[in-house]
Design a protein around this ligand. Structure first.
Ligand code: ARG
Ligand code: ZN
Length: 879
């Protein structure tokens, strides 16, 4: 099938024609929009003089075609809904092509291309949406200057926006008006954007480091303007930070963000006109949680940072996607670390990577950060391309030092501004700027899979010498059995008996810079001389490399790291590791019908850490929070029984609650915040710690009352939803739970983003009964199966975050989900393919569930007319 064609990196070649500029005219109509495109172009020097012009389309209807103003005779071209080929074009001279297409924005439920929902026209063109608007070279290496004219009914669409600067605005006298935008920066089609409708706006200004004034605008639905203030504040901080940290200045006179309610992804970095999922813009204390605030700050920054990493310098082809995404996530992470608590932000990143990227890398959908082939590029906006890509840039920074990294990046901006480049071009800049050879390191981009580092050590007390042997291996991934050793920067701490870091007099066995060991071979022994006492070894400080570490360390050493390591990321990891060990043992006990041993050392360390006033509350909250059922399942890795995990976790949770009851009660009391709400990280940390303690306290008291009281007393959404979740998850069916769920539903009627939290809290209640509840909630008036946020909040959360409910032993969860996916696929393929990945680890389930899950995936794969997106995912999952 033509539709299932595979695209290979090795087939890359330049276009035969160059586009000098494009003028687009949109006459917007709800069911019929006409798009006129005037393209000035010429044959590329050196291209074959008789090569035809080949443009792509997707579901288009051609309404006119002319060359230099004269209609083209049908024998000169060939056109279908997905391509336009024109023959006999001039060999040398420039020419102008005029193309007219008719599209229907209202019927566009894929939310890709130009679509109209909720009375607003908006676009999403990355990766291949522009071809749903007009025939074009819809690929990132074709950069050109856009001028965009928008004509629409003025009453319904007072607002007409596109990229760049507004150059004309006029009434047409017939109820319509016109706006013309010009973007002086050459850009690829995926960065094109258009918005029209009736929206509210907030405005601010920013003066760049060279003194240029920039107007900042955020557009949101009427009535929500006050909720855009935090996003605006985050935007200004991002602009300042990028100047200070990376010397990057904004380049247009205006920067606009539009929040829309129907959006497939998080947000999009269109030049000068970012378009966001409204959940990543709108926030106030009554409707947004602290996590929402943190996400908004991060994503506003991320999209803004793309202006340099992605827009000014873009990707040659979509295989290079991590060139912009990995680097931009890294910049975003650094920004968050500077705005908030660096170790806490880092721990969150580590948790995310382990929860999402490691399973991807260890499952059927594994692929390198720079893939070499794809069937549907939309399916490669993955945590491997984004988050592992970010870790790879972080490792470059670790190897080169902050200065070396900055020098390399400066050279990158200098050398490639205005270009569409490759990962190799990126790496070359670091090599040229620092003289360091990164050829071995580059393997991180090309080899899939999560490396495992196994460590062993021996200490010679008489000589004061430590030998540390580190070996690495990467398990096979689909289509790639032979893995080579990687170049791994591993931060290693040697902790003395009194808790200080020890500095050896000499180290041999490999390169070491600062506390970073350079691992380059499959096995290496590092020898540390001149140690006065036996050190406790702390491996992968600050999570310097995205690897798994296997180190059979004495429990006393692990407890020491958990209680006193100066690197807080490692300290958290040691605590988390102890908890995982206890929880996996408990799970084994449940499955064997034995009683659960609820380790008192774990309880003590959690409670002591939670009470340690020297540590910041956000860190204490992280330490106190037990690994989730999903975390435990991933740690066990095979033959997973979600019900056993649930029971085991409950027993351990309950034991900790009982032994720390007095401390939890004290924390809940002490951390009461009386002086108003601030979204600032310190304040959020205190709420996180208090709510973590509240969950234990409620458990210890075996009563819904503390959570009920907390719900009633809450003055912000963080506390409110935390209390609601405790009730729904720990006291299902209680009168308090029912009352609070009903109160919340009614209180936030007409607030879909808030009701998403209500849907998710219920969809994730453990146990078999939740499936029926989810089906029932689909009938709630607030549920809208056409809105991706609603769908993800209810059905997505159920499939991805409810291990006992979704994996019901009778397979009913899988059947329900598969039915939903099949029914929704024709409507929105980006969404169904993405949601389907919730089942990517089905092979790790115990046999009964695994086969039931497989049968449902096979049932999907057996359907005739799946979208290419979904077909690609299910085929790879079943390989
Ligand atoms: N480039 C956007 C970002 O900032 C994401 C676009 C996703 N688009 C898609 N078709 N998957 O991360
Ligand atoms: Zn991005």
């Amino acid at each position: 099938m033509r539709n299932d064609r595979i695209v290979y990196l090795k087939d890359y070649r330049q276009t035969d024609f160059i586009i000098e500029s494009v003028d687009l005219v949109f006459e917007l109509g709800e069911e019929l929009t006409t798009v006129g495109s005037q393209i000035r172009m010429k044959r590329r020097p050196g291209a074959s003089p008789d090569a035809p012009l080949e443009f792509v389309g997707d579901g288009l209807q051609l309404a006119g075609l002319a060359l230099d103003g004269k209609p083209l005779l049908p024998e000169r071209y060939e056109c279908t809904s997905d391509h336009l080929t024109i023959n006999d074009l001039p060999a040398d001279d420039a020419f102008t092509l005029t193309i007219k297409t008719n599209i229907n924005p209202t019927a566009n439920t894929q939310l890709l291309g130009l679509y109209r929902t909720n009375g607003v026209y908006s676009t999403q063109c990355e990766a291949e949406g522009f071809r749903r608007i007009t025939y074009f070279y819809d690929r990132p290496d074709v950069l050109t200057v856009y001028t965009v004219t928008i004509i629409a009914d003025k009453a319904k669409n007072p607002l007409l926006l596109s990229n760049g600067n507004l150059v004309e605005e006029r009434d047409l006298g017939d109820g319509r008006h016109l706006a013309k935008w010009h973007d002086p920066f050459r850009k690829p089609s995926y960065l094109f954007a258009l918005v029209a409708g009736d929206l509210a706006m907030i405005e601010d200004r920013f003066t760049t480091m060279s003194g240029r004034a920039v107007t900042l605008r955020i557009y949101v639905e009427h009535g929500k303007a006050e909720r855009a203030g935090y996003a605006m504040d985050a935007l200004k901080r991002s602009m300042k930070w990028d100047e200070e940290r990376f010397g990057r200045e904004y380049d247009l006179d205006i920067f606009m963000i539009v929040a829309v309610s129907d959006f497939n992804m998080g947000a999009m970095e269109n030049k000068g006109l970012n378009i966001f999922n409204d959940r990543l813009i709108l926030a106030d204390p009554e409707t947004a949680t602290d996590d929402d605030y943190a996400r908004i700050e991060a994503v506003v920054a991320h999209e803004y940072f793309h202006n340099w990493t992605g827009n000014r310098i873009t990707c040659r082809d979509w295989f290079q996607l991590s060139l912009k995404e990995g680097l931009t996530v890294f910049r975003e992470h650094e920004f968050s670390a500077d705005q908030r608590s660096r170790p806490v932000v880092r721990v969150d990143e580590v948790k995310f990577l382990r929860a999402h990227q490691f399973p991807e890398d260890g499952g059927p959908l594994a692929h390198p950060v720079r893939p070499t082939q794809y069937m549907e590029i939309d399916n490669f906006y993955t945590t491997t391309v984004y988050e592992k890509g970010s870790e790879v840039s972080r490792m470059i920074a670790t190897l080169l030092g902050e200065d070396g990294f900055r020098k390399g990046l400066d050279l990158f901006f200098d050398r490639h501004d205005g270009g569409a480049v490759t990962i190799e071009d990126y790496l070359k800049c670091f090599e040229d700027a620092t003289g360091r050879d990164l050829s071995h390191f580059a393997l991180w981009y090309h080899q899939a899979g999560t490396p495992v580092i196994a460590a062993r050590s021996s200490y010679d007390a008489a000589e004061g010498r430590l030998e540390l042997t580190l070996s690495q291996h990467t398990p096979p991934t689909p289509g790639e059995n032979d893995k080579k050793p990687l170049y791994i920067p591993l931060r290693v701490g040697l902790i003395s008996p009194n808790g200080d870091d020890m500095e050896p007099s000499a180290v041999s066995g490999g390169e070491r810079t600062g506390d970073v060991l350079h691992l380059t071979e499959s096995e290496q022994t590092f020898v540390f001389e001149g140690l006065g006492a036996k050190p406790t070894i702390s491996l992968n400080r600050d999570f310097s490399a995205p690897v798994r570490v296997r180190f059979d360390q004495p429990r006393e050493d692990r407890l020491k790291i958990a209680g006193a390591e100066s690197d807080l990321v490692e300290r958290w990891d040691a605590i988390n590791g102890l908890a995982l060990e206890v929880l996996t043992h408990a799970t084994a006990a449940v499955r064997a019908g034995r009683s659960v041993d609820t380790d008192s050392a774990l309880a003590s360390i959690l409670i002591e850490t939670a009470e340690d006033g020297e540590l910041e509350p956000a860190f204490r909250a992280l330490a106190l929070t037990l690994p989730s059922e999903l975390d435990i399942g991933r740690e066990i890795g095979e033959d997973v029984d979600p019900d056993a995990i649930h029971l085991a976790r409950k027993a351990v949770f309950s034991a900790i609650a009982n032994s720390g009851r007095a401390s939890f009660a004290r924390l809940v009391e002490e951390l009461r915040e009386d002086n108003g709400f601030s979204p600032e990280a310190g304040s959020a940390g205190r709420r996180a710690l208090r709510n973590a303690a509240l969950a234990y306290l409620a458990e210890a008291e075996k009563s819904p009352l503390p959570a009920r009281q907390a719900y009633d007393a809450a003055t912000n959404m963080t506390d409110m939803i935390a209390a609601l979740r405790i009730l729904a998850h720990q006291f299902p069916g209680s009168a308090e739970t029912s009352a609070v769920l009903a109160d919340f539903r009614q209180r936030f009627d007409g607030e879909p983003l808030v009701l998403d939290k209500w849907f998710t809290a219920q969809a994730t209640v453990p146990g078999e009964a939740t499936l029926d509840r989810v089906a029932e909630l689909m009938g709630d008036a607030a549920f809208d199966e056409g809105n991706p946020n609603r769908v993800r909040a209810l059905i997505g959360a159920f499939a991805s975050s409810n291990p006992t409910g979704f994996n019901r032993p009778d397979g009913a969860g899988y059947r329900f989900f598969a039915n939903f996916i099949l029914a929704t696929d024709p409507r929105n393929a980006t969404l169904t393919a993405r949601m389907m990945t919730a089942m990517r680890s089905f092979q790790s389930l115990e046999a009964g569930r695994r086969e039931k899950a497989r049968a449902e995936i096979e049932r999907i794969a057996g359907q005739e007319d799946l979208s290419r997106n979904l077909r690609d995912i299910v085929n790879r999952m079943l390989k």
